[in-house]
Design a protein around this ligand. Structure first.
Ligand code: FAD
Length: 455
């Protein structure tokens, strides 16, 4: 049943579809407009396929770990077509379950391209023509696309954006990855797992700027052990075809060559062609739609969420913003309503070793002069890591030395992305290290490293 509020959403990614389902559940009339893929372009064409390919690459390299577990090693072969089919299957399934969920909540899904013509009306253009929709509240959740610099023209064949990499057509013999942030290192890991020779152009002196330095160093060590070439302190200036090769030239004169190159230098917000001027919505100085703590733009009944809002570019954050917007639109802010705290978002990097973190980072605390207690425990001290023949990595807990409240943590190693949930809960709920210590966890489990770190 609708309470009369009509929420119009542009974009059906995690931000849009979570706002749609929650608002419909709270009684709003909801119209969601999507031009390409219900479930989200960045979500279903970037996030999910990259993780599916990394999982296949991980399964291939697991054979090396199994060799130390009494299992004879067998050669494995890549079947590119099966991988492509698997990815399409996963994406298709998520797309249809998302559509079914939206429809089951009574959300009207319109296929087409939406643009504001005023702050109260959007026009949707599709093959069938144009439809005008008026609303009481609007959400712009149009996502982002891979950033393409002026000095490079990707051709989708040899010079790639991240979105050109899947479903895979071939696995490159050799590839130069430009950009050593989260996406760049995941691509290095993915291609090297599949046997490509990989070079990585790292603009600073260490991969993963802003992440825990010990975690970044552990990843670099693993890359070097796999034969990845690191070009540190180099900025790519041009990427061009030369015969059968792709040549990446850097500002310090160094050159990296491969059969392919992939750009992983971030993304740009989809803010063009959606009539933001006609609605009076302003961009911030970085080109994103500026939002307040409730994800409202400068026009109070127009919200923005997900990658377009310039906060953390994560699916999990986009979904949470969507839910918070639904609560705000529907006046559901209860006493226990919490404004989204982006500093408490957990995130993971799906490499080997896997890296995950949440909350305050050690370097951040030192640079702000904040006193912290840091405890670090290697996984090699847990029986489970030895049982699984993978003792790499560590757990690092950061807490307040006076109160014992957990402020953050970094985990490096197998299942880091799952294990960080415990620390994320502690950080969100202001739990103390003693709460982790007193938890009766499973034995043997990797999570025992967390209780050890809490000792
Ligand atoms: C390679 C890669 C890997 C990633 N891995 C992870 C990960 O492991 N974990 C994680 O949390 N995040 C990951 N991310 C980030 C994540 O994909 C994004 O943060 C998330 O998808 C953002 O959601 P969104 O709703 O803002 O945008 P999207 O998912 O892009 O959805 C926006 C939708 O809006 C539609 N749209 C745009 N303009 C219009 C219009 N005018 N009319 C109608 N529809 C329109 C688009 O078609 C699109 O479907 C990854 C990103 C990349 C690039």
């Amino acid at each position: 049943m609708s309470n009369g509020t009509h929420l119009v959403i542009i974009g059906g990614g995690p931000a849009g579809n979570s706002a749609a389902t929650w608002a419909a559940r709270f009684g709003a009339q909801v119209t969601l407009v999507e031009r390409e893929i219900v479930g989200g372009a960045a979500h279903l064409l970037d996030c999910i396929p990259s993780k599916a390919m990394i999982a296949t690459g991980g399964a291939m390299s697991a054979t090396k770990r199994f060799a130390g577990m009494g299992i004879e090693q067998h050669d494995v072969e890549i079947d590119v077509d099966s991988i492509a089919e698997r990815i399409s299957g996963i994406v298709g399934r998520i797309q249809s379950t998302t559509t079914e969920l939206l429809q089951s909540q009574g959300v009207t899904i319109l296929r087409g391209e939406a643009r504001f013509v005023s702050d109260r009306e959007v026009v949707v253009t599709s093959a069938e023509g144009e439809a005008r929709i008026e609303g009481d509240a609007f959400l712009v959740a149009t996502g982002s696309r891979p950033r393409i610099p002026t000095w490079c023209s990707p051709d989708g064949e040899r010079i790639l954006t991240t979105r050109d990499c899947y479903p895979p057509k071939v696995f490159p013999k050799s590839i130069v990855v430009v950009g050593s942030g989260v996406t760049g290192v995941e691509f290095v890991h993915m291609f090297s797992s599949f046997g490509s020779e990989v070079s990585l152009v790292v603009s600073r002196q260490q991969v993963l700027p802003g992440k825990d330095a010990e975690a970044a160093a552990a990843l670099e060590d693993r890359f070097l052990a796999r034969g990845v070439k690191l070009l540190k302190g180099a900025r790519a200036q041009s990427i061009e075809h030369e015969g059968d090769e792709v040549v990446v030239r850097c500002d310090d004169g160094r050159v990296a060559r491969g059969t392919h190159a992939v750009l992983a230098i971030g993304s740009d917000a989809n803010v063009e062609g959606i009539g933001l001027d006609d609605a009076g919505v302003k961009l911030d100085e970085r080109g994103y739609i500026g939002v307040d703590a409730y994800c409202r733009t400068n026009v109070p009944h127009i919200y923005a969420a997900g990658d377009v809002s310039g906060k953390l570019p994560l699916s999990s954050v986009a979904s949470m913003q969507g839910r918070k917007i639904a609560e705000h639109v529907m006046g559901m802010l209860r006493v226990d309503h919490r404004v989204l705290d982006y500093d408490k978002a957990a995130s993971a990097i799906f490499t080997q070793p896997e890296i995950a973190d949440v909350g305050l980072a050690e370097a951040e605390a030192f640079s702000s002069g904040r006193k912290i207690r840091v405890t670090k425990v290697p996984f090699s001290s847990t029986p489970k890591a030895l049982i699984h023949n993978d003792p790499h990595g560590f757990v690092k807990l950061i807490s307040d030395p006076n109160t014992g409240v957990v402020l953050g943590g970094t985990i490096v190693g197998r299942h880091a992305g799952e294990l960080i949930s415990v620390v994320a809960l502690a950080v969100t709920a202001n739990l103390k290290v003693s709460d982790i210590l007193e938890s009766l966890l499973v034995h043997p489990s990797l999570a025992e490293a967390l209780t050890e770190a809490a000792e």
